[in-house]
Design a protein around this ligand. Structure first.
Ligand SMILES: CC(C)(COP(=O)(O)OP(=O)(O)OC[C@H]1O[C@@H](n2cnc3c(N)ncnc32)[C@H](O)[C@@H]1OP(=O)(O)O)[C@@H](O)C(=O)NCCC(=O)NCCS
Length: 325
């Protein structure tokens, strides 16, 4: 009997257009918005982000990430029997980006749905997929984080538009006799909806309210540092492990100061922190699988390593997944 789910392949994709802080600052200056490479690097650790070309959607980015993940797992799309896409920037109001992605992969029939937990979306999606694999509903799942956050940025608001980027990451999660995913811990508290949101909604053929990202950066910062430590500790306790068992910490890539603060609270050596925020910016639900894939392909994270994934974001939502790769 299969008791576990395990990641058998990772993949990611960044749209080709890389925008450095200096290039962004120059573009923003044209709108009368003042920022600098120095400010962005010092406060966030971000040096560049990628922006998708006009017309490119989350499912387009997801498709490329899935192709790479399937290739790494040695699987074909025809073997996939579950697709979960974590995104806050779906192609359409409906159907789901997962259904659109399924068609682009050239397959049909298996369940496909989106998970909306903003920057915690990937750990939510991975936890749902793990449960479905362990109960026998799926044997070979694609779990994806894909975002075109550039579409919901207010480029007149320097406190937010310098932080985010576009991209996608994916894993193939398969039924296994040996443990891959060890434990997870998910949470939400809707009382904090106002500190990070895109309040616009569609009504009667119009968008009511602003369809652009709004954030209270300092409130988010404080909450994030607290809940990321709590989620990591709760997940370790569920798995019967301690901080010393963690080989790699892959937190949501939002801000280097939040990430380093979390690693410090968990008493992890700085070398155990996987960092891609400098090159990717904050890609929301895509950030964790993008960072995981970069670390795997870069030879940092290897088969057998114990990895802590951690997400935090709008909702407020947060959570962690501990796994053996
Ligand atoms: C957004 C964030 C980087 C701002 O950093 P901060 O140290 O809190 O900075 P503040 O908001 O206090 O702003 C400090 C000053 O910099 C200015 N500033 C803000 N954005 C700027 C920018 N892009 N360029 C230059 N100056 C900027 C502010 O206007 C403010 O100026 P003032 O002192 O004259 O009023 C930080 O709060 C943060 O990272 N928060 C968490 C965000 C996050 O991770 N969100 C995603 C979670 S999923």
């Amino acid at each position: 009997m299969t008791l576990y789910s395990r990641i058998t392949g990772t993949g990611s994709y960044l749209p080709p257009r890389r925008v450095s802080n200096d290039e962004l600052a120059q573009e923003l200056a044209g709108r009368g918005v003042e920022t600098s490479n120095e400010w962005i690097v010092e406060r966030t650790g971000i040096h560049a982000r990628h922006f998708a070309a006009e017309g490119v959607t989350s499912s387009d980015l997801a498709l490329e990430a899935c192709r790479h993940a399937l290739e790494a797992a040695g699987r074909s799309a025809a073997e996939v029997d579950l697709i979960i896409v974590a995104t806050s920037t779906p192609d359409m109001v409906f159907p789901s980006s997962a259904a659109i992605l399924q068609h682009k992969l050239g397959i049909a029939g298996c369940p496909a749905f989106d998970v909306q937990a903003v920057c915690s979306g990937f750990v939510y999606a991975l936890t749902v997929a793990d449960a479905m694999v362990r109960t026998g509903s799926a044997k070979c799942a694609l779990v994806v984080g894909a975002e075109v956050f550039s579409r919901i940025l207010d480029f007149n608001d320097r406190t937010t538009c310098v932080l985010f980027g576009d991209g996608a990451g994916a894993v193939v999660l398969e039924a296994s006799d040996t443990p891959g995913i060890l434990a997870s811990d998910l949470h939400a508290d809707g009382a904090h909806v106002g500190i990070l949101c895109v309040p616009g909604h569609v009504s009667g053929g119009e968008v009511l309210g602003t369809p652009l990202l709004h954030m209270d950066g300092q409130a988010v910062f404080k909450l994030a540092v607290r809940v990321l430590e709590e989620a990591a500790r709760a997940t370790l306790a569920k798995a019967g492990k301690t901080e010393a068992d963690i080989d790699w910490l892959i937190p949501h890539q939002a801000n280097i100061r939040i990430m380093q603060g979390t690693a410090k609270k968990l008493k992890l050596a700085p070398e155990k922190l996987v960092v891609t925020v400098h090159e990717h910016g904050n890609t929301s639900a895509a950030s964790i699988p993008l960072a995981l894939d970069a670390a795997v392909r870069g030879g940092q994270v290897r088969t057998g390593d114990t990895v802590m994934l951690e997400g935090v974001g709008g909702g407020f939502t947060w959570g962690a997944v501990l796994l053996n790769l």
